[in-house]
Design a protein around this ligand. Structure first.
Ligand code: 6R9
Length: 671
């Protein structure tokens, strides 16, 4: 590149719409053979034996795919295995003294914690023994309401060891959200934490957990991790707590009491539940997505290897929170199954300075970084000098997940973080899919900023119109998946009917028992180009994606109408330069009362209490009416246009066309 000025490099990157994988990456990549696409297609579904072969099975499976009862597909049936054995025990001989987890707390003056595979194995065994003593049996759902502390993966793997499914609730969710999820799963055990650090403050989490337990309708045995020490003298329950009676136990004391204990990993049927993860959908009730042991673990292990190029000697970093599916699949299960070192960071990217991420990459010589577009847009805003101050040459691959990434942010990441020598994988997937579905295989395919890429090998993904016919290249349509895959959700917890309704009814012949008549609908819009690269356009249901976090408009609306003085509310997502989308609320007051700053404050508080600070509305606009169609449906599309400052187009089909201008005027006047 000699002679090329800084400016012209930028211009070249800005103009390019396709990038070849860097040769230095391809030379060493886990997957480099382009034939893999044709091979997987012709060998489907047996191609997925390759994924299952990455695991150790106690009993070999006899059938790769049982599709006799669609859409209740089953994978690797007859097989038995244990997820904690695959993540830990099998690495002990060769990698026992290598780091499994590098945990970095937010305060910079605190010692970081390294868990070797042997140490992690020991603590998982001890905690598994403790859980059993507390009464946890196979198939009992254990809830975890924990921030990014190492005891979270320990608890997940301890549950997996004894065959107890876990249900992790994001620590930023509210007490109410915890109660809803524990009630829905009939979960009688809660592992939680006294608190954690956020931008220098010690946040008191335990009081919030107790608040949540007040809304749980059965007894709950608790375990509390002491993260903050003297900084927070946290309450411990002893007997009563409103709704849920029960007592709390100190995590460290339990582990000490079981020092040296060994617990044989329970052989789980491939189709046994590994965990539940609640996620937002169209209705107010969160959906309990069920993932299984064999299919899920195969899927996240295979994709970690093929897409994230994980190797045992790597120091791999996914900066998601384990409270979301990305952390489950790509901080815990995928990387540990491959025996690599996985990094866990407690805090935010801008504490104490805006270079914290780069500081960590440099210090730990991180080889991969997998993060969200919202973070990349924030890095861009802060400026290129922060990554430039650090040696990031250890990085080999970059990844993004959670929302569409705009080409400008993609290129910034590629240039300023990856130094043009790391492929960027833009990975499309969902809580329900378990792991990645659409993205480039980084050692094989060219990258096109803005497009996630072609479907992974073995995937049958299409972009169709409203009646299911494939749309032409370049046209917007709906994403569909026509063949099952091992990592797919199996059902919604105790609600098979809703599972069929939510994901299959739209494009399937639901009376048919021919698997070819069944199509999975992820509720995303998309378009496809002539090379089969898919650009995902975003949700087509009532889900808002704020900083890569899925929020249901109905959940937010019901929180708002729960506030005294509110009669009706509509919530939409508007564009936001950093968060991707932001929440905008349009509210009708009771008795035509004037909405003022006091009510606005209560509405914001109501949303934070019901869901969490991530759902906090960016704007609250009071209006005497909402725009409605003649049949009485709220025209959210128009409210979105208002939120985005777009032209309003045709409003004549409204029952109350004048209202749109009134709302617009209210917005212009500052709400
Ligand atoms: C893994 C995860 C799923 C929704 C999904 C889509 C959006 C995720 C994306 C993407 C465009 C990508 N999404 N990855 N959109 N490009 N690379 O995020 O799961 O929290 O369930 O969200 O996120 O809209 O339907 P989840």
């Amino acid at each position: 590149m000699s002679g090329e000025t800084e400016h012209s490099i930028e211009a070249r990157i800005a103009d390019a719409d396709e990038f070849e994988p860097p040769a230095s990456f391809v030379e060493q990549a886990n997957v480099t053979d382009p034939e893999i696409y044709d091979d997987f297609e012709s060998e489907w579904p047996e191609c997925w034996e390759q994924a299952a072969d990455l695991l150790d099975w106690d009993t070999e499976y006899d059938t790769v795919l049982d599709d006799s009862n669609p859409p209740f597909f089953e994978w690797f049936t007859g097989g038995e295995l244990n997820a904690s054995y695959n993540a830990l025990d099998r690495h002990l001989d060769e990698r026992g003294d290598e780091a499994a987890i590098e945990w970095i707390g937010e305060p910079t003056d605190e010692a970081n914690r390294t868990y070797t595979y042997r140490e992690l194995h020991r603590e998982v065994n001890e905690f598994a023994a403790a859980l059993r003593d507390l009464g946890v049996g196979e198939d009992d759902v254990v809830t975890m309401y924990m921030p990014m502390v190492p005891e979270l993966p320990v608890a997940m793997l301890a549950c997996a060891r004894i065959g107890a499914p876990h249900s992790v609730v994001f620590a930023g969710f509210s007490a109410d959200a915890l109660a809803t999820r524990m009630n829905s799963a009939d979960s009688e055990y809660l592992v939680t934490c006294d608190g954690y650090y956020r931008r220098g403050d010690a946040l008191e989490h335990k009081a919030k957990a107790d608040d949540g337990l007040g809304g749980v309708d059965h007894d709950v045995t608790g375990v509390v991790v002491d993260r903050l020490g003297d900084a927070y003298d946290h309450p411990m329950r002893d007997g009563g707590n409103g709704g849920a009676t029960g007592s709390d136990h100190d995590y460290d004391a339990l582990v000490d009491d079981h020092a040296g204990a060994e617990v044989d990993p329970v052989s789980r049927d491939a189709e046994d539940m590994l965990f539940l993860m609640y996620t937002s959908g169209t209705t107010g009730q969160p959906k309990g997505v069920k993932h299984t042991t064999g299919g899920y673990l195969s899927w996240v292990t295979w994709t970690s290897q093929a897409v994230l190029d994980v190797k045992p000697e790597d120091t791999y970093w996914c900066s998601a929170d384990i409270g979301w599916i990305t952390g489950h699949s790509y901080i815990v299960y995928g990387p540990l199954s491959l025996g690599t070192t996985t990094v866990m960071y407690e805090g935010t990217p801008d504490y104490p300075e805006k270079d914290r991420m780069w500081d960590i990459v440099e210090e730990y010589e991180t080889t991969q970084l997998y993060t969200a577009p919202t973070a990349i847009r924030a890095f861009m805003k802060w400026g290129e000098r922060y990554p430039a101050e650090h040696d990031l040459s250890s990085l080999r691959l970059l990844g993004t997940v959670g929302e569409p990434i705009n080409p400008r942010a993609w290129k910034w990441y590629y240039e300023h973080v990856g130094d043009e020598s790391c492929p960027v994988v833009d990975t499309w997937w969902q809580t329900e899919t378990g792991g990645m579905m659409i993205t480039t295989l980084p050692g094989v395919k060219n990258m096109k900023p803005g497009a996630a890429g072609p479907p992974l090998p073995g995937m049958d993904v299409n972009v169709v119109d409203a009646v299911g016919d494939e749309v032409d290249a370049g046209e917007a349509g709906y994403l569909t998946v026509d063949k099952p895959w091992p990592g797919m959700l199996r059902t919604l917890y105790q609600n098979d009917e809703r599972y069929v309704q939510e994901y299959w009814a739209e494009y399937s012949d639901t009376d048919s028992d021919d698997p070819d008549d069944w199509t999975y609908f992820p509720e995303d819009g998309a378009k496809i180009d002539d090379d089969g690269y898919i650009t995902v356009l975003g949700r087509v249901d009532d889900v808002i994606n704020v900083s890569g976090h899925r929020l249901g408009t109905m959940e937010i609306e019901s929180a708002i109408v729960g506030v005294e003085g509110v009669a009706e509310a509509a919530v939409v997502g508007g564009n936001h330069p950093v968060k991707g989308e932001a929440v905008h609320a349009y509210v009708i007051t009771e008795d035509d009362a004037e909405g003022g700053s006091e009510l606005r404050g209560k509405i914001i508080e109501g949303v934070e209490d019901a869901i969490g600070p991530i759902a906090r509305p960016e704007s609250v606009v009071f209006t005497p009416e909402l725009p409605k169609t003649r049949s009485g449906k709220i025209m959210r599309r128009l409210l979105e246009d208002i939120a985005n400052g777009d032209d309003l187009g045709n409003t004549s089909t409204l029952r109350n066309p004048g209202i749109v201008e009134d709302i617009q005027a209210a917005v212009d006047a500052g709400g």
